[in-house]
Ligand binder design. Structure first.
Ligand SMILES: [Zn+2]
Length: 112
């Protein structure tokens, strides 16, 4: 049988145990909320121009993919894409094709 002291000790240990479990759960929830916020922040910037904030369109020329802003003519591409352009003898043609396509898209947008 429990004596008064043992009951009190048992209850104190139980309180500590649940307090610790609650703290762990709260920390887990905080961490997952933080991750969710970070993901939302990142996805809000997907395909957005870093210069003007407008949506960027994904384009593919000659198997080279990049993002183009129809508002400010900015282009976003990976370093490996740039290296491919540099190593490609058609690099100048590629760049003029991008420029022409962006000007055409801009003209189309302005006429709409
Ligand atoms: Zn832009």
């Amino acid at each position: 049988m429990y004596t008064e002291g043992l009951l009190h000790e048992h209850s104190r240990l139980e309180d500590e145990y649940f307090y610790k479990k609650d703290r762990e759960l709260i920390e887990k929830i905080k961490e997952s909320e933080k991750q969710k916020q970070e993901l939302l922040e990142r996805t809000a910037h997907y395909h957005k121009c870093s210069k003007c904030g407008q949506h960027m369109e994904e384009k593919v020329f000659d198997e080279l993919a990049f993002l183009a802003c129809n508002n400010c003519d900015s282009v976003h591409m990976s370093l490996s894409t740039l290296e491919k352009i540099q190593g490609n003898h058609k690099g100048k043609v590629f760049l003029s094709e991008i420029s022409e396509a962006m000007q055409a898209a801009k003209a189309l947008k302005e006429s709409a």
